[in-house]
Design a protein around this ligand. Structure first.
Ligand code: CU
Length: 418
């Protein structure tokens, strides 16, 4: 079974349990739901429309307004359990404004895991989309949708980026690792810190410039990034019954519950928990499988190529529901499908999987992808942790987990097709 069908069946369970849902939330199901797509899946007419909307939002001061809000509430919304609900509500508010210009707008996301090995070569960061690194003394971005813009908050300055590592950011987080975080966390406190202190921070830091600052909403990459994080939270909510899971500390140290108010918005967290209800009338295209969606691919790779102990440690959901007990020779054949030695086992593996439900995925994975070791990911910096007042022990734990994952996968000679 593919990951996408798990999500669809989770959604179906949610919909059949309408009375529970309403008791939890007391909100009506949306009469219609629009879809947030991966940026590179937009059609050219959608992208033309979105560029015009973003230009109008800049002209009317909305970039400055969202940056101002993010700075004003900075200490309340990072490093605690407000992180996911606040940013969900924040991106949704941004999108609501965009939809006042044209109701065809839906905030896209950037599937950053797709580009994790060499982020600077991402198509997203080109003139066709959101532009690349800044240049000159002020690191002004001159291409892409915000190229040449003058931002007005907190003072007048050119829109800037300052890619890490002299313009060539090192690796981010693999699809396998992020999938593992979605699968293995059983509470909000650890899921939140795992995500906030890894992928979340590194993308902000590595794009740099405006994106590094408290006023990072100046860079539309902020919305693409947080839509992706929101999509991953939603995946986590739908797996293993976490739809209503909320725990961990609030900004004042008290326990966060579904009744805790979201900073600034003063609405209870429960009101944003369930997409498709109340004001949360959107869905993600990964739930209907976009062209660039990786989730089903990730699941297929894991199911056929990992030993049981690694599966249950890092991918407990896959272990429970997807694992195919292949015979030892087949497992060996599959794990030998490396760059240099790919041809011989293909025919055997393809024949064995020819009548299985995952035949098509196996076929495309073994014939079309190069497989390589997962590199250790970049880490958030001490300066960044300090700027956000992060708990140092939590940051150290998250960094160690990410390193251990890569090392454990290397130990079993796992090679990733991503
Ligand atoms: Cu933020």
């Amino acid at each position: 079974m593919k990951f996408s069908s798990i999500i669809m069946s989770a959604a179906a369970i949610g919909m059949s349990a309408v009375s529970i849902t309403n008791a939890q939330q007391n909100q009506a199901a949306c009469s219609s739901v629009y879809t947030r797509k991966e940026l590179l899946s937009l059609t050219s007419s959608e992208w033309t429309l979105y560029k015009a909307i973003l230009a109008a939002m800049q002209r009317d001061g909305w970039f400055a307004w969202f940056s101002y809000l993010h700075v004003q509430w900075f200490n309340q919304i990072h490093g605690n359990s407000q992180f996911f609900p606040f940013h969900r509500r924040f991106v949704q508010d941004w999108e609501r404004v965009g939809r006042m210009y044209n109701s065809g707008f839906a905030q896209p996301y950037w599937d950053e895991m797709r580009d994790y090995r060499t982020p600077a070569t991402s198509q997203v960061l080109t003139a066709n989309w959101i532009g690349g690194n800044g240049a000159g003394t002020n690191l002004c971005v001159t291409n892409g949708v915000q190229g040449g813009w003058t931002m007005t908050y907190p003072n007048s300055h050119c829109f800037s980026r300052n890619f890490a590592n002299n313009g060539n950011p090192t690796s981010w987080y693999s699809p396998e690792y992020i999938n593992s975080l979605v699968q293995k966390n059983s509470n909000m406190a650890t899921f939140r810190s795992d995500m906030e202190y890894s992928l979340h921070g590194v993308v902000h830091i590595h794009l740099g410039g405006d994106m590094y600052q408290g006023y990072s909403p100046n860079d539309w990459a902020f919305m693409l990034h947080h839509a992706n994080l929101d999509r991953l939270w939603w995946q986590w909510q739908q797996l293993n019954n976490h739809l209503w899971t909320m725990d961990g500390p609030n900004s004042d140290g008290a326990a966060t519950t579904l009744n805790t108010n979201i900073a600034y918005f003063n609405e209870p967290i429960r009101s944003v928990m369930q997409l498709g209800y109340g004001n949360m009338c959107y869905q993600y295209s990964s739930n209907v499988l976009s062209r660039r969606d990786l989730d089903s691919d990730v699941e297929s790779v894991l199911a056929v190529s990992l030993p049981t102990d690694i599966l249950s440690k890092y991918f407990p959901e896959t272990a429970k529901t997807h694992h195919i007990n292949v015979s030892a020779p087949v497992a060996a054949a599959i794990s030998n499908l490396s760059n240099s030695d790919i041809k011989a086992p293909i025919a055997a593996a393809a024949a064995i999987f020819a009548n299985s439900p995952i035949a098509a995925q196996v076929q495309s994975l073994i014939t079309s992808r190069q497989r390589k070791r997962i590199p250790r990911p970049a880490e958030i910096t001490d300066a960044w942790a300090k700027m956000h007042n992060y708990n140092a022990a939590d940051v150290a734990r998250v960094k160690k987990e990410a390193r251990d994952f890569v090392d454990d996968m290397a130990k079993i000679n796992y090679e990733s097709p991503f």
